[in-house]
Ligand binder design. Structure first.
Ligand code: ZN
Length: 464
């Protein structure tokens, strides 16, 4: 569970680790790797994760890693994953440091900068993937090379796994592919991954979140078919109108607000962090008060998404000519589902909301949710201590993340996965998947230091 320990060595930690000249070298290397990763396009459309994996493999080999411990592998030419093993004494089972190499599409015309050039401006790094997930990928690489240079001997193997196709588009999610085809390369006792970050409000750091649970994803294909006809003879039975009506009804619908064990712990912790009237409401949310949940959900998009399953229209198609009645109208509805809500429940709730038998609703693929990871004492203690040392007074908070990560494959496969980064983002300005994605320069480097120490703590290293 959560603790609040003011670590006695915090000053030594800050002066000894954060401010040393050596740190500057490690930061420069991390930035160089970060830049290289951002500037290799790894989108689904034209990108190539193999290229990124090979560029990083070359760095590991140049740093003295054995060829056999640096593997680039995957299901197809442009969907490579990188798996690197840093050998420990073997006293404990390995741990994985995971990040995904692929990024969401980004169009130059939508952005203020070229999304595939790392731009540093006004204290931020801009570029596609700077937050999701190339900062963490760059940090894992830079830190592993640093351990090697320092001759660090962990008590377990440390595996860096940088994967393809986390963002979808398929056909092979890298983590899933590795579990299925190369399990021996990534078999581990635990995994650190994306999905938990530091929450800030402007410049004020609120909490360092540890993701132990996550929502899962269901994509629905909605279709309306119609015989069509000439547009000069319109009728009420129109495919586009059927679809638009169903989507409009969905836009005004909300799934029930509720909590589970992890989100209760999260809201309890947040009630101690937040100031003003909302603080009392957050405590009431942790106690199950539904009126307070309504107010809290209204106060923040992120809290709304923490309190309920959400569904939103994301893609639309329809019609075949300007002067023809549409024969097809279709949409994708993307749902982010609480772990305790079943697929059948979500499907039937949506069908009731659509309330139109002309709209067919199909679940894409086989959605999968997983039970939360156990709250490991070693992990929660290490995160709490390091958070206190780096950012005194900021609590470490267990949480359920709204978006899906590769944790959804690893947890059911028996590898407890924790999203933790120590990289802080403004809670009200999260730009993952959006335009002008950015991360604070200072947050990037502090995340590097935090993760360097965290991995050491979890692999028998000396306490800084
Ligand atoms: Zn991601």
């Amino acid at each position: 569970m959560l603790r609040s320990i003011v670590h006695s060595v915090s000053l030594a930690f800050v002066s000894g680790v954060v401010l040393s000249a050596q740190t500057a070298t490690h930061e420069a290397r991390a930035k160089e790797i970060f830049k290289q990763l951002v500037e290799i396009n790894t989108t689904h459309s034209v990108g190539d994760t193999t290229k990124a994996a090979e560029a990083m493999a070359a760095r590991f080999k140049a740093a003295g890693f054995a060829d056999a411990d640096v593997r680039v592998l995957g299901p197809s030419a442009k969907r490579g994953n990188l798996v690197v093993r840093y050998r420990g004494t073997g006293a404990k089972r390995p741990m994985i440091l995971m990040a995904h190499l692929d990024v969401v599409e980004a169009r130059r015309e939508d952005w203020s900068f070229d999304p595939f050039v790392l731009t540093e401006k006004d204290g931020y790094f801009y570029g596609r993937g700077v937050g999701d997930d190339k900062a963490q990928a760059a940090i894992w690489i830079a830190n592993l090379i640093r351990y090697k240079r320092e001759g660090y001997k962990p008590d377990r193997d440390i595996i860096v796994a940088l994967t393809a196709d986390e963002e979808g588009g398929g056909p092979y999610n890298g983590a899933q592919w590795l579990l299925k085809n190369k399990r021996e390369l990534i078999d581990a006792e635990l995994c650190l991954n994306e999905g938990g970050w530091g929450e800030a409000l402007g410049d004020t750091r609120l909490s360092n979140d540890v993701q132990v649970s996550e929502k899962y994803v269901i994509n629905y294909r909605l279709e309306v078919h119609n015989k069509g006809g000439h547009s000069s003879l319109p009728v009420a039975d129109n495919a586009i109108y059927h679809l638009a009506g169903a989507l409009d009804r969905m836009s005004r619908f909300g799934f029930p607000l509720k909590t589970n064990d992890v989100t209760k712990a999260y809201f309890r912790a947040m009630s101690k962090i937040e100031k003003g009237a909302i603080s009392a409401d957050l405590a009431k949310v942790a106690d199950g008060d539904t009126a307070a949940m309504t107010r809290v959900a209204r106060a923040s998009t992120a809290w709304n998404a923490t309190l309920r399953t959400t569904c939103v229209a994301t893609l639309l198609e329809g019609g075949h000519a300007k002067n023809a009645l549409p024969q097809l109208a279709a949409a994708n509805v993307n749902c982010r589902v609480l772990p305790e809500d079943r697929v059948d429940y979500v499907t039937s709730a949506l069908k009731q909301v659509f309330a139109d038998s002309a709209v067919t609703v199909t679940v894409e693929g086989t959605p999968q949710g997983g039970a939360p990871s156990p709250m490991r004492d070693d992990l929660m203690t290490a995160v709490t201590d390091l958070t206190n040392a780096l950012w005194p007074g900021v609590p470490a908070v267990p949480m359920m993340v709204m978006g899906g990560t590769d944790g959804m494959y690893l947890r059911p496969a028996g590898i407890p996965t924790y999203g933790v980064q120590g990289i802080f983002y403004d809670r009200d300005d999260i730009r993952f998947h959006g335009r002008d994605e950015r991360v604070k320069v200072q947050s990037f480097y502090q995340g590097q230091t935090f993760l360097y120490e965290l991995v050491k703590r979890l692999s028998g290293g000396p306490i800084a």
